[in-house]
Design a protein around this ligand. Sequence first.
Ligand code: ZN
Length: 97
Amino acid sequence: MNNRQIMIAFADQHLAPYVIRNDELIPDFCPICHGGENGDKHTFALNLNEGVYVCKRGSCGVRGRFEDLSERFGERADIVRSSTPKSKRSFALPNTE
Ligand SMILES: [Zn+2]
């Protein structure tokens, strides 16, 4: 299974019902705050490319890596991360003459 399939399999078990929009997997309710008192929907998104999640509810605001999320559910995530940082910034100094 690739990362995406692993995350979707996890979501099938723990985050359903959900929708996938572009590369984001969005369950009806955040698995951490469950939408809070107002039952806010679709505040949570799991990015299937980056393997990171975030909840946009102000009083929740959880964010982290998929591995952390699966740990909350007592599972071990086996997604593969490349060891190279994803943003390769060049810190070339400007030419000051
Ligand atoms: Zn939340």
